[in-house]
Design a protein around this ligand. Structure first.
Ligand code: GH3
Ligand code: MG
Ligand code: MG
Ligand code: MG
Length: 323
């Protein structure tokens, strides 16, 4: 099962699979203002984990933003407010996924319940038994590492679901959902949104003349040029084949036409490198431009007008912008 997990991790581009699930070698932060207890915890866990100590909860909160797997906090009544620290660690973005182990005194039932409510992962009662401590820490370390692994896997999968693998641009699925959201706002009096539809001219000739791989090189470079010629808030996407879309929030038709013209010229001005840079190929693109008209614009109606523009650009001889 571990092997399988490691395999799937590798397939997803995650560096370690099994390594993540070790229960030793964790980065443990002990927060305790009782020096004897702190020293005991350091001594008992130090052989198996990388343990550091803070006696000040504010300093601890800062440390938790860094690489820490497990926080062991003294939450007994005779200490600083360890429960408050646990709550802060959970609410601060950079530390919210830490494993937290709280130590209380026997009979501190209300504190124990409060700690559980705050999302503390486990609780120990003083005096802390060394073997029990070691076992509970190992369990939390494993659980935390597996949760990190799953979170990374989920993030990666979500990223893949919205990315075009050839160019690294957004894909059609992402474009459609973003356009839907942008138009919802535009139709309700928000800022308008413009769309460019770009279709590379005579692209079949690239494949036929130089091979499919050369075609792919052109598509990748086209994607780079698109991404570098729009603003950070614009969304360059590849629909498939040699068709691309750029969504531009807050841009009106006239300005969208100017931006499209700039892209068209950029593509025409410098030939594309193919066959690993051995050959330079002149490329041109036809672009249709449309901007939203409130209050009844839909993704289909907007993209249809942009597509009509492409069609007209092709019939006018290609390498033009039609807005
Ligand atoms: P036009 O100027 O009218 O747009 O002509 P065109 O040749 O660009 O248009 P057409 O739609 O006829 O051809 C698009 C070609 O793109 C056909 C298809 O084989 C090729 N193609 C589609 N996807 C890919 C891909 O991922 N990689 C490569 N290399 N070619 C692709
Ligand atoms: Mg096409
Ligand atoms: Mg076509
Ligand atoms: Mg084409």
């Amino acid at each position: 099962e571990l092997r399988e997990r490691e395999e799937s991790g590798r397939r997803l581009g995650l560096a370690e699979g099994v390594g993540r699930l070790r229960s030793s070698g964790a980065r443990v932060l002990v927060v305790d203002d009782n020096p004897q207890q702190a020293n005991r915890l350091l001594a008992e866990l130090g052989g198996e984990h990388r343990v550091v100590h803070e006696s000040d909860p504010n300093a601890a909160l800062m440390t938790c933003r860094g690489p820490v797997d497990l926080l062991i906090v003294n939450a007994a009544a005779d200490s600083f407010d360890g429960l408050r620290l646990a709550a802060q660690v959970r609410s601060q973005e950079a530390s919210r996924n830490l494993a937290i182990l709280a130590i209380v005194d026997p009979g501190e039932r209300a504190r124990m319940l409060k700690a559980l409510e705050l999302g503390v992962n486990d609780i120990l009662s003083r005096p802390v038994d060394q073997q029990e401590l070691a076992a509970r820490v190992r369990t939390q370390v494993k659980r935390k590492r597996y949760a990190d692994f799953l979170r990374e896997k989920l993030d990666f999968s979500l990223e893949m679901a919205v990315t075009d693998p050839l160019t690294g641009l957004h894909n059609r699925r992402y474009m459609t959902s973003q356009l839907q959201a942008l138009l919802q706002r535009a139709n309700h009096g928000g800022e308008p949104v413009a769309a460019l539809l770009l279709d590379i001219d005579h692209f079949k000739g690239v494949n036929d003349g130089f091979g499919h791989d050369a075609g792919d090189e052109v598509l990748r470079e086209f994607g780079v040029r698109l991404a570098t010629n729009v603003r950070a808030v614009d969304l360059p996407c590849r629909l498939g084949g040699e068709e691309f879309v750029v969504l531009m929030p807050g841009i009106r038709l006239e300005d969208a036409g100017r931006i499209a013209e700039r892209i068209r010229m950029n593509v025409e001005a410098a030939p594309f490198r193919i066959l690993g840079g051995q050959e330079l190929l002149p490329i041109t693109v036809s672009i249709g431009v449309a901007a939203s008209v409130a209050p009844h614009e839909t993704p289909e109606s907007l993209l249809k007008r942009a597509d009509d523009g492409v069609y007209e650009a092709k019939s006018r001889g290609r390498n033009v912008v039609v807005a």
